[in-house]
Ligand binder design. Structure first.
Ligand code: S3P
Length: 171
């Protein structure tokens, strides 16, 4: 038999475009764990898309839903969980992640993020201006907090398979 499946959930954090969902899905299949995407779970629970939630109820309400979903997902058996870029910024969510899971920050340079988010319409935070400026402001604000993750993996421009290798080796 292969190596034992991890006992704790693995949570991927980092900015929009870091590849949390893509890497998370691949990592989960390698580890034989279920994969969940927090954004998708919030949409499922609310019956609205993220964009609709932001527009109708505002970001604060979205964060409360996100908090509940992540805490619920981490209270069960081990999974690989991709979070939305703001999830780890919320103190309550961050506390739950740090307590119940191994957190991995997918750290990407601005250029890579900008390239990857272009043409995506489902991110309300990017609808308000130029992606480069918004992402660069988010880097300033969020990177110091993402640095509290248990592990840091640099994604550079190596492609998702290579990044998945690095995460797989680190966890
Ligand atoms: C957000 C990132 C999005 C989504 C929402 C808010 C953020 O997730 O949760 O639009 O605050 O950075 P992704 O990081 O998966 O794009």
């Amino acid at each position: 038999s292969g190596p034992a499946a991890p006992q704790r959930s693995i949570v991927l954090v980092g900015l929009m475009g870091a590849g949390k969902t893509t890497v998370g899905r691949r990592l989960a299949s390698r580890l034989g764990l279920p994969f969940r995407d927090a954004d998708a779970e919030v949409e499922l629970a609310a019956g609205f898309t993220i964009a609709e939630l932001f527009a109708r109820y505002g970001e604060a309400e979205f964060r409360r839903g996100e908090q509940g979903v992540i805490r619920r997902l981490l209270s069960g058996p081990p999974i690989v969980l991709a979070t939305g870029g703001g999830a780890f910024m919320d103190p309550v969510t961050r506390h739950a992640i740090r307590r119940d899971a191994v957190s991995v920050w997918l750290r990407c340079p601005l250029e890579v993020l900008v390239r990857r988010v272009s043409g995506r319409g489902h991110r309300p935070l990017l609808a308000e201006g130029r992606p480069r400026e918004i992402l660069s402001a988010l880097i300033e604000r969020r990177h110091p907090v993402y640095a509290e993750a248990d592990l840091i993996v640099d994604c550079n421009d190596d492609g998702v398979e290579r990044t998945t290798d690095l995460v797989h080796r680190a966890v």
